[in-house]
Every structure is written in C-alpha cells, then in structure tokens.
Design a protein around this ligand. Structure first.
Ligand SMILES: [Zn+2]
Length: 115
C-alpha cells in the first residue's frame, strides 16, 4: 500500500528514496578538527573511504580526530591552536615586545585593523 503510493509520487519519490538509503546504511561518525579548533562531524557509510582531511567551514584544513594509528605523534597530540604554537616558540617577554611593536605599527597607521 505505502509502496504503491510512493511510486505514484513523481517529484518527491526520488529524494525520498535516497534519504532512505542513507538511513539504512551503517554509518560511522568521523570528527575533523581544524587548526582553529572547529569540530566537524561527518557521517560516513561503513566501507566508504574516509578522508584524513576535510575542509572546515572556515576554509582551513581539518584533520581527522582520534586517529591514533597514524604514524608520527603529531596527530595524536591534542589539538593545538596557532597561539599555543606561538607560545612554544617564543618567551612571554618576546611576545610582549612583539605585541608592543605591532600595536605601535597600528597606532602609526602601518597596518590596517582587520578585525
Ligand atoms: Zn575551522
């Protein structure tokens, strides 16, 4: 009965059908994290090829989260922001000097305020 009435629908039938297929397939939720910390969760059908990278909504390249089997410990580390990496490379004093220099440049009109 229901099947017959579905078949009779000309426009909606096709999209309805594909929605059903997605729902019935076993899915794996894969999380991607971009350098800015955005988390994107995408459902992949079981057996589908899951990419290691995904373009985040902000345009940055997000990497697969929790993929411990990957070689190199860099990926297994908790997500670091650009700020974290900056702090690792420079001491606080250096950062203060940099900030001061940057602010001075803004005051003098060398660089426009983007934000
Ligand atoms: Zn992002």
């Amino acid at each position: 009965m229901a099947e017959r009435s579905l078949r009779g629908m000309s426009i909606g039938a096709k999209s309805l059908e594909s929605d059903e297929n997605v729902d019935f397939a076993a899915r794996t939720d894969v999380a991607y994290v971009c350098p800015k910390g955005h988390r994107t969760i995408l459902p992949f059908a079981d057996g589908a090829e899951i990419p290691d990278e995904w373009e985040c909504r902000c345009g940055a390249t997000a990497h697969r989260e929790g993929d411990e089997d990957r070689e190199g410990d860099e990926i297994a580390k908790p997500t670091r922001t650009h700020w974290d990496m900056l702090l690792e490379r420079r001491s606080e004093d250096e950062l203060k000097a940099l900030l001061e220099k940057r602010l001075q440049m803004h005051r003098e009109g060398w660089i426009p305020d983007y934000e």
